[in-house]
Design a protein around this ligand. Sequence first.
Ligand code: H2U
Ligand code: ZN
Length: 346
Amino acid sequence: MLDWKQQPHRRLNPLTGEWVLVSPQRTLRPWQGKKEKRSPKEGPRHDPKCYLCPGNPRAEGARNPNYAHTFVFDNDYPALVPEASPGEIDKGGLIVAQSESGICRVVCFSPRHDLAIARMQQAQVRLLVDVWVEQHRDLAQRPAINHVQIFENRGALMGCSNPHPHGQIWANATIPDPTRKETESFENHLKARGSCLLCHYLDLETSEGERLIFQNNGFTVLVPYWAAWPFETLVLSRRHIADLDQLSDSERDDLADVLRRLTIRYDGLFQTPFPYSMGFHQQPTDGAAYPGWHLHLHFYPPLLRSATVKKFMVGYEMLASPQRDITPEAAAEKLRAVADGVARET
Ligand code: H2U
Ligand code: ZN
């Protein structure tokens, strides 16, 4: 009999159809590799040089208003532009390109330069949720927009250029690969088994319990069975809804609560502002019906065993398959052991 806690095996990610290699026997290997710098302590409340602080000029000269809660603006250096000229290249199916239009926005989470979500008051995070809902609604109803990606890169380790709490929204015409794969998986699961993939998965996780971290009335936070990053988490709405627009008033509060508590746990894990990329996955906004789609958030943090040792997705992982040493069950246990109740705004 295979000992799943000790012996190598692979696990399926049913959302993408991809496999991850789990090698629990390797967790004791020594580390003589790269150590990252510790994240600096929080900066000042207002930084006169920050291009996201209220009242400051941005890099291209526009000036931010003296916003009191949140502030959204069109990215001054957008990756996509609204009216890209139409165009298509196809040389034998090998040299292929298509024009792509879209809208890129930056969302400032707070006027305070020094507050990450973990240090904000619940009411401020709720305002941020409301802004995401409004933004999604505004972008989703546009005929040229079929996919809305809301995300946050936190920390220099993730390439984030500014410590001011902020995220981004990129909305475009075609459906990116991860959402396309998830859409197919949701559809296939519904057809084959008559239920939503993530409702079904949530039932399984609730009965097994060992990968759950915490939950409230609206959301459950867990380390997915197929997690590739050491402390990757999945935030699932407990109700079967397909996007942010369908959240009830109390679910918006629940989402804010979950975001605060999860990021407090992350910061507590290695006693450091925890870097991550996180984002919502929602149904496409092309007007088609997606009865099998289930709203969720992915958190992908790179840290492995301390504030300064990060996981590299290299070698076998670039060429063959992602691989992890610490099991998702052990990661969940560690995240469960961290307290999440402290509001630390000062
Ligand atoms: P990141 O820190 O996650 O890279 O996001 C910052 C974004 O803010 C980035 O996309 C934009 C950058 O293009 N930006 C502006 O739109 N205006 C500025 O004055 C500086 C940065
Ligand atoms: Zn700032």
